[in-house]
Design a protein around this ligand. Structure first.
Ligand code: AMP
Length: 186
């Protein structure tokens, strides 16, 4: 059963590749960023609380985002697996997800998409032009990249040690990267 996690820098293609993978495997694509943005768009109490974090490119408190993702993964439980984008985002979230009932989140494969900073900046600039997201400004992107290096990259070592990591060159066009991801998952 595919219980996949995509790890990549902001603008690294997690969303694009994750949605494709979800469609191809017939399993839900679940993005913690999207769950949070839905709350912001709906101006819910959670949305009002998390908005400043998203606007500034900082991580939302671990327990809050873990609870949101946990709820999404249990009501109903996606029996055929899932493609996760953006959670866990740091070691503490990984630890929390390991304590969930039924043996924890039990990721079968973690795909690390490697993308150079210059390419990330170029892509996010493009996305910003087409009306994209409120956090796609250059200053926020800098913060998000910094957070990625410090907080998220340590996950790569954790999942490598667990033997579930696959490394994929995330540079280049969408179809090219999709083909590499598929090859890596064989
Ligand atoms: P993303 O859509 O993954 O780029 O996430 C957009 C923003 O949502 C991030 O910059 C964070 O502010 C917030 N976010 C998404 N996922 C998480 C997470 N797992 N933990 C904390 N904050 C998150």
């Amino acid at each position: 059963m595919a219980r996949l996690l995509l790890v990549a820098p902001p603008g690294g293609g997690k969303g694009t590749q994750g949605q494709r993978l979800g469609a191809d495997y017939g399993v839900p694509y679940i993005s913690s960023g999207e769950l949070l943005r839905d709350h912001v768009a709906g101006a819910t109490p959670i949305g009002r609380r998390v908005r400043p974090y998203l606007d500034e490119g900082r991580l939302v408190p671990d327990a809050l985002v873990a609870e949101l993702v946990h709820e999404r993964l249990t009501t109903p439980r996606p029996l055929g697996g899932f493609v996760l984008d953006g959670f866990p985002r740091n070691l503490e979230q990984a630890r929390l997800a390991d304590t969930w009932e039924g043996g924890g989140i039990r990721l079968s494969t973690v795909v690390h998409l490697r993308v150079a900073d210059e390419e990330v900046i170029r892509r996010v600039r493009e996305r910003a032009k087409t009306g994209g997201r409120s956090d796609d400004t250059l200053s926020t992107l800098r913060r998000r990249l910094e957070v990625y290096r410090k907080a998220t990259e340590p996950l790569i070592g954790l999942y490598r040690d667990r033997g579930v990591l696959v490394e994929v060159d995330g540079g280049g066009g969408i179809d090219e990267v999709a083909a590499r991801v598929r090859q890596a998952l064989l």
